[in-house]
Write a protein that binds this ligand. Structure first.
Ligand SMILES: NC(=O)c1ccc[n+]([C@@H]2O[C@H](COP(=O)([O-])OP(=O)(O)OC[C@H]3O[C@@H](n4cnc5c(N)ncnc54)[C@H](O)[C@@H]3O)[C@@H](O)[C@H]2O)c1
Ligand SMILES: [Zn+2]
Length: 358
């Protein structure tokens, strides 16, 4: 069992990584002290993992809210249902919401916890690779709006993140690959040796090797915890975590969140960020090819069909990264050296969009 800490003063919390955590009554008791617990999960994850969690939480009052599966349900209406359950069961301010599932469940359960009675505690029990390496850490919660992804939300830090790596054994391979996109992102942001490690260990990761997966979860959480600890509310460095995301969100929203998984869109977005860095004269061809090769090696799609460059740009502009009318982007000077900038040649962006959204 590995324990990391997100250092945020009085909002600090542990990230525990290990196999079998969900069914460990002692661990759950330690990190979920509340007497009233609402487990939020979905129709796919609940049949697999809810029972052991509920059993480990007994004899406390445990109520369940089982949501429909899928990104298209990450809406205010679904969060409203979670809040309805809290109200109907007269949960007080000292209750705890437990998010059992991937990033969709985590974002909604966290947002419900942020809103209910102006904020109750919540604990993340992430069950996808993407949630274990990214979405469960850092306190961003929220939902989509028809006008854009994650447009409605709040910062609300969890009380703990308990990442049970054994849940990954039931994860569909496509979801595992999507999570690897976020892992590759961390290497590109600030850890070239980690990127190189991924190049040589991709096979083990794809085969679901527990040691390899634990290693990437730990390193990813370390990097994210460090960045969030420096800049909780994204006034500066936290924006680095958006590497590949402005492009990726354009892909997701232009295809109405139906064709691309979030992680897949981020993967293609990483290649776009590398291409854009090359177009801006920052990154060499060889590095762009390393990015492309690793994405392809882990089976992530890199070709974007059906979206034109103009539509893509329009979708990029509704993204939250527009500051004073100028789109801020995360670019790379090298593999492992990302930076945030609004100062880039407009033609470089145009050429990138033309090349990637052919
Ligand atoms: N808050 C943040 O900081 C942050 C960061 C990154 C992504 N996100 C959000 O996370 C979401 C994507 O998360 P995701 O990739 O986890 O998707 P997801 O939550 O939709 O999960 C993917 C699929 O896997 C299923 N599943 C989950 N765990 C499983 C398991 N152990 N076995 C079998 N099936 C399982 C889910 O039911 C779902 O069908 C997006 O909405 C994205 O915006 C948030
Ligand atoms: Zn992401």
């Amino acid at each position: 069992m590995d324990i990391l800490k997100v250092e945020l003063g009085e909002r600090s919390y542990p990230i525990v990584i290990g196999a079998g955590l969900l069914a460990d009554p002692e661990l759950l008791r330690q990190h979920i002290p509340a007497r009233d617990v609402l487990i939020v999960s979905n129709t796919t994850v609940a049949p697999l993992y809810l029972q052991p969690v509920a059993a480990a939480l007994s004899p406390r009052r445990v109520v369940e809210a089982i949501l429909p599966d899928g990104e298209s349900n990450k809406t205010l209406a679904t969060v409203g249902r979670v809040i309805d359950v809290l109200v109907a069961n007269r949960f007080g301010r000292d209750s705890c919401v437990v998010a059992l599932g991937g990033g969709v469940v985590g974002d909604m359960a966290g947002f419900a916890a942020a809103c209910y009675q102006r904020g109750v505690a919540y604990v993340q029990l992430p069950t996808t690779l993407l949630a274990q390496v990214d979405s469960s850490v850092g306190g961003k919660t929220g939902v989509n709006h028809p006008g854009g992804k994650n447009l409605i939300g709040a910062f609300h830090q969890p009380q703990a993140v308990l990442a049970d790596t054994s849940t990954l054994s039931t994860l569909p391979p496509r979801e595992l690959r999507a999570g690897l996109a976020e892992v590759i992102k961390y290497g590109l942001i600030c850890d070239a040796p980690f990127f190189a490690w991924l190049e040589t260990h991709a096979g083990e990761l794809l085969a679901g090797d527990p040691a390899a997966l634990s290693h990437v979860i730990r390193r990813s959480c370390e990097i994210k915890a460090h960045i969030v600890g420096r800049d909780e509310r994204e006034h500066g460095d936290r924006a680095l975590l958006n590497l590949g995301h402005t492009f990726g969100h354009a892909i997701e929203s232009a295809t109405h969140y139906t064709e691309w998984l979030h992680g897949e869109a981020v993967g293609a977005g990483l290649l776009m960020a590398a291409t854009m860095s090359k177009e801006a004269g920052l990154l060499g061809d060889a590095d762009v090819e390393r990015v492309r090769a690793l994405l392809e090696r882990v089976g992530l799609p890199v070709k974007i069909g059906g979206v034109g460059p103009d539509v893509a740009l329009e979708h990029m502009r509704i993204d939250k990264k527009v500051v004073a009318g100028r789109l801020r982007l995360v670019l790379m000077r090298a593999i492992g050296e990302a930076f945030v900038t609004a100062d880039y040649p407009e033609e470089a962006l145009q050429r990138t969009l033309q090349t990637c959204f052919a």
